[in-house]
Design a protein around this ligand. Structure first.
Ligand code: SF4
Length: 393
């Protein structure tokens, strides 16, 4: 079994105050009274998996990064976050310099809260800003405005956070190139360290999909979304940002180390309701419902590492799947790309031996290139990356 002694930890917090119109994440409203029990259960899951990992490896696993994702992690009290982090530190070897990120909703934080979270060791914040335009925030049913984001970022700096990321969404119904420029300018005016710019996908079962089917909103225009993406690429390049992943830009040294684990197809443990993980050559996902999650963890665990009592599905990753995953994740990295020699060492087969015909075709179309021993998307391939990736499935 491929057993790495270093992992990243993703901790899922499945609570939100309100459900945004486009959201299909595993999150729930009206379950605030479960939060403390959930923190205890998550601490229990960390202990189960941490101990199993320690037995397999003969020593505590190194935790490279910790990421509180959601949902809205910033709804958790500092005491509950502290309980969770204490368990991480007890069960894993967590370096004092490890990146510890918390996703946060701008309207849910104040100065004392941010200071308390910083004191726990959280050293990176990722705020869902999404837009600076009121009509767009209303369409998304976000519960904050631009002034709230401004305040949240200022409070974060005052609390000692020197690594703050903002998320924005383009490709929105009704959004124009000008309104997108306005949001981008507004985000840059807050001097973030990192930016994630996502193209809206209208997911099945969301209110936004219903509005689309009822004709209440227009379908997003892919050509306009492509222009919006190009505008962001040009603007951020001109300002010296590193465009290190298709949808992510960083100031020097501020690339998200946690997400780099996914994009390098390295092992991570997914803990919490509905979390996904990949470690010990196993991919798995946990039960989604928080109440089921609490019950399953209460029943103990007979499952082998990396699974806990909350695992709902798991499978061994074959070499074919691991190679395909490696192509799809590493090609997302626009500067680093896929290391051809490292691929051959890991799989004992050259990347062109496995995917030669597909690679040549994509090179012919100007979507892929090999440079200095690395396969990379071309600039033309950035926005069309999904067309590239599905060919490696
Ligand atoms: S805050 Fe985030 S996770 Fe919660 S409903 Fe909105 S988009 Fe979904």
């Amino acid at each position: 079994m491929f057993m790495s002694d270093t992992v990243s930890l993703y901790l899922h917090i499945p609570f939100c105050r309100h459900r945004c119109a486009y959201c299909d994440f595993n999150t729930y409203t009206g379950l605030g009274d479960l939060q403390h029990a959930y923190a205890e259960a998550l601490a229990g899951e960390i202990a189960q998996v941490g101990q199993a990992g320690r037995q397999e490896a003969g020593a505590p696993l190194h935790a490279r990064t910790v990421f509180f994702g959601g949902g809205t992690p910033s709804l958790m009290t500092p005491a509950d976050l502290g309980l969770i982090l204490q368990n991480v530190r007890e069960q894993f070897d967590l370096a004092s310099t490890a990146e510890i990120t918390m996703e946060a909703n701008p309207g849910t934080v104040d100065g004392p809260y941010l200071e308390a979270v910083r004191a726990l060791g959280v050293n990176r914040l990722s705020f869902g800003m999404q837009s600076a335009v009121e009509a767009e925030l209303a369409l998304l049913e976000r519960s904050h405005d631009y002034a709230t984001v401004q305040e949240a970022v200022a409070l974060s700096r005052a609390a000692g956070f020197d690594n703050v990321s903002l998320d924005l969404i383009y490709g929105l119904p009704g959004q124009t190139l000008d309104s997108w420029r306005e949001s981008l300018n507004a985000a840059l005016a807050l001097a973030p360290d990192h930016l994630s710019l996502y193209c809206l996908t209208i997911e099945p079962g969301t209110p936004m999909q219903r509005w689309l089917l009822e004709g209440r909103i227009a379908a997003p225009d892919p050509d306009l979304a492509s222009e919006q993406y190009d505008l962001a690429c040009a603007r951020l390049a001109a300002e010296g940002w590193e465009h290190y992943e298709i949808s992510n830009w960083a100031r020097p040294g501020r690339a998200c180390r946690h997400n780099l684990t996914y994009w390098r197809n390295e092992p991570y443990l997914g803990l919490g309701a509905g979390a996904h993980g990949y470690a010990g050559s196993t991919r798995y996902e946990n039960v989604k419902q928080p109440r089921t999650y609490l019950r399953r963890l209460g029943e103990g665990n007979g499952a082998p590492y990396p699974l806990s009592g909350a695992a709902a599905a798991a499978h061994r990753v074959s070499d074919e799947e691991a190679m395909s995953d490696t192509m799809i994740t590493q090609l997302r990295l626009l500067v680093e790309g896929l290391d051809v020699d490292a691929f051959a060492r890991r799989f004992e087969r050259g990347v062109r031996e496995v995917y030669g015909e597909t690679i040549e075709q994509l090179e012919g179309w100007g979507l892929l290139q090999e440079r200095d021993g690395r396969l990379l998307l071309t600039e033309r391939g950035w926005f069309l990356s999904n067309q590239v990736f599905y060919r490696f499935l």
